[in-house]
Design a protein around this ligand. Structure first.
Ligand SMILES: CCCCCCCC(=O)OC[C@H](COP(=O)(O)O[C@H]1[C@H](O)[C@@H](OP(=O)(O)O)[C@H](OP(=O)(O)O)[C@@H](OP(=O)(O)O)[C@H]1O)OC(=O)CCCCCCC
Length: 328
């Protein structure tokens, strides 16, 4: 039934509305469905209600649906869908572990291969960003999209009213990483040694001298600190054009990592921007990210100071890079 609050909360997502069904749910293909979280209690008042989702899926697909829950923050009793639920959790606005993308695709494609009537149903919270990452990966894995751009476009067109499905730069980067794995790229397990970060131009308000210092840390998927600039006492040098932060060669990185920039206001950490990278698929001694490849670089008021040509460059120790390349 039409519910104005649910419609408001589903924002730009395409809803499935037919007869007395009105769900935050979209068919990306005939056999791949994206939807919002099947909720209960208070959340069920403004998102898809679990009971409505179950009724819809059973009516349309009998017992031939399999649900994939990507929401790390919350879970429901799998028995409410007769146990036919698999979890591939990751956090809101973040990226999945690369291995998890492969496991998800194998599981989902295996289910689709078992019977031509089987469908997969993917959700996170809103069923937009994270759901889009995994469905784009599945479209690539099942050869229904030839590259990341096409996979993201198919998803955006079917899932949203304005084509804006997966929009977070790191999430798009991870679909690209996954595409390169499917294209035969070899993962390199040798760590890379982060030598320095170069911010160009110097963020205007955060240069010291009465302004606030830009700080950064590096974390893993569980938010465990891999490197913390404020503890390591690394050296910052500033010219008119750039801010160079030397890590003294102690930033040894392996696999997925997130670089988070922040500053302190009243002793509270205020995030500025961040990005995810994976060392296993990066083979160059420097990675330079323009603003459009940095997460939240537009959204946060403070990051406007970074200017349109703002770049963050990560420079790795050349020995670690050559060890890395020898191993590919
Ligand atoms: C009378 C109140 C009217 C409220 C109207 C709210 C209208 C409104 O803004 O609704 C939207 C909000 C937030 O909406 P959500 O709580 O659903 O949050 C969305 C979710 O994080 C998506 O990530 P994911 O789960 O798909 O991975 C994200 O997409 P992405 O990761 O791609 O950026 C999207 O960002 P985006 O907006 O696309 O930038 C978020 O808005 O809903 C609520 O906060 C729940 C409100 C609960 C209200 C409870 C009332 C009982």
């Amino acid at each position: 039934m039409f519910n104005p609050l649910k419609r408001l909360v589903s924002e730009n997502r395409q809803r499935y509305a037919s007869g007395n069904v009105d769900l935050d749910l979209s068919y990306i293909t005939d056999r791949i469905i994206a939807m919002g979280y099947p909720s209960e209690g208070l959340e069920g008042l403004y998102r898809n209600h679990l009971v409505d989702v179950r009724r819809f899926l059973e009516k349309q697909h009998g017992k031939q649906y399999k649900i994939f829950n990507l929401r790390a923050e919350k879970a429901y009793d799998k028995n409410k869908f007769d146990g036919n639920v698999s979890d591939y959790p990751f956090r809101d606005h973040q990226v999945p572990q690369l291995e998890m993308m492969q496991q998800f695709c194998q599981n989902a494609a295996g289910w689709l291969d078992q019977n031509s009537e089987n469908v997969v149903v993917v959700h996170c919270k809103a069923g937009k960003g994270r759901t889009g990452v995994m469905i784009a990966a599945l479209l690539l894995y099942t050869h229904q999209a030839k590259n990341t751009e096409e996979a993201v476009a198919i998803y955006g067109k079917k899932r949203t009213t304005n084509g804006m499905g997966v929009t977070i730069p790191s999430q798009i980067r991870y679909i690209e990483y996954y595409q390169s794995i499917l294209n035969g790229a070899r993962l390199n397990h040798q760590p890379l040694l982060l030598e320095k970060l170069i911010l160009q131009p110097v963020p205007i308000k955060y240069q010291g001298n009465g302004g606030r210092w830009v700080m950064f840390c590096i974390v893993d998927h569980n938010n465990n600190m891999l490197y913390n600039q404020s503890n390591e006492g690394c050296c910052m040098t500033r010219s008119d054009q750039k801010l160079i932060i030397e890590t003294n060669g102690i930033g040894k990185l392996s696999g997925d990592f997130k670089v988070q920039f922040y500053y302190y206001q009243f002793w509270k950490k205020q995030p500025l921007c961040h990005f995810w990278l994976n060392t296993e698929l990066e083979n160059s001694s420097s990675i330079k990210l323009t603003k459009q490849w940095i997460d939240q670089a537009y959204a946060d008021e403070l990051c406007r100071d970074f200017g349109i040509d703002f770049t963050i460059e990560l420079v790795f120790d050349s020995t670690s890079v050559s060890n890395h390349i020898d191993n590919t």
